[in-house]
Design a protein around this ligand. Structure first.
Ligand SMILES: NC(=O)c1ccc[n+]([C@@H]2O[C@H](COP(=O)([O-])OP(=O)(O)OC[C@H]3O[C@@H](n4cnc5c(N)ncnc54)[C@H](OP(=O)(O)O)[C@@H]3O)[C@@H](O)[C@H]2O)c1
Length: 264
């Protein structure tokens, strides 16, 4: 029997790992791409123990400009048919623009933007052969906002939004469906958890666990939803932002930052 796979970048922990598990639960076999470490090896061992699926892993640094070609070579050599591509890998940042060194920006833009586009390009024909097929891109609620101290991160996510929406027009009637999911805060890595621990009120209530985001994202993807904004509070924040004039948005966001820095 021909076997099809879901390929997930950054799939060894956080949201990517949870999406992998959500797909495994539904019987999908997995190709997990992440940094070569024990986390990746253990992910394969644990998921194969828990679900009757197969999981293949490929360790590579997605900040390497050659990573997409290495992944495609691995896929071709093993004759993997891919019917789901999850472009999940992405790294955030929070500091004044001039306090972050250029090596970090190179890494962030390569992972979040360049390699996401290149990998999609290199795998699109494989996806077209396995229709109906799906691409799930991880954007961010931040990609709709102008946020000081996160300028580069939110700009990379705005790119993911525009890219996903634009390519979705081209993919109409090809059998390849593309979905953008835009989470707000998700309790994943240690940096996020530290920030989340200090949140209060509505901001705290808007936080999701990776498993909750994974379920919403996978269900939406199979329903062929174009854009998913998880959570009522996040949807509300986005609509308020759209209706608020820019000068007011600037005052609100700067006020939030001043409030936060009092506690830092
Ligand atoms: N968490 C949030 O609040 C949030 C909100 C909105 C959107 N998002 C987006 O959701 C996606 C996943 O976020 P997350 O919080 O789940 O991330 P995360 O917890 O930091 O997990 C990142 C995953 O990517 C892998 N990874 C990191 N750097 C890599 C590299 N250079 N090469 C290969 N793999 C690498 C990690 O592998 P290792 O563990 O081996 O390093 C891990 O599997 C990102 O695109 C992010 O922008 C997150």
């Amino acid at each position: 029997m021909e076997k099809k796979f879901a390929l997930i970048t950054g799939g060894s922990s956080g949201i990517g790992a949870a999406i992998g598990e959500e797909l495994a639960k539904r019987g999908h076999s997995l190709l997990i791409v992440a940094l070569e470490d024990d986390l990746l090896k253990n992910y394969k061992i644990n998921i194969e123990k828990k679900y009757p699926i197969s999981c293949h892993i490929f360790g590579t640094d997605l900040s390497d400009v050659n990573a997409p070609e290495k992944i495609e070579k691995w896929v071709t050599e093993n004759d993997f048919q891919i019917n789901i591509l999850v472009n999940n890998a992405g790294i955030g940042s929070k500091n004044n623009f001039d306090k972050i060194d250029i090596e970090f920006y190179k890494k962030q833009i390569t992972i979040n933007v360049m390699n996401m586009v290149l990998l999609t390009r290199l795998l699109i024909n494989n996806l077209k052969k396995s229709t109906p097929s799906y691409i799930l891109n991880l954007g961010s609620l931040g990609g709709f906002f102008n946020i000081p101290e996160k300028a580069s991160y939110v700009a990379t996510k705005a790119f993911v939004h525009t890219f996903t929406k634009s390519i979705s027009y081209e993919l109409e009637n090809t059998g390849v469906n593309i979905t953008l999911v835009c989470p707000g805060g998700v309790s994943t890595n240690e940096n996020n958890k530290k920030v989340i621990a200090e949140l209060k009120g509505l901001s705290r209530k808007s936080i999701f666990e990776p498993e909750e985001i994974a379920k919403i994202a996978v269900e939406g993807m199979f329903r062929k939803q174009k854009v998913i904004i998880p959570g009522l509070i996040n949807k509300f924040a986005l609509n308020i932002n759209r209706l608020t004039p820019e000068f007011l948005r600037k005052i609100i966001i700067k006020n939030q930052l001043v409030k936060k820095s009092k506690y830092e």
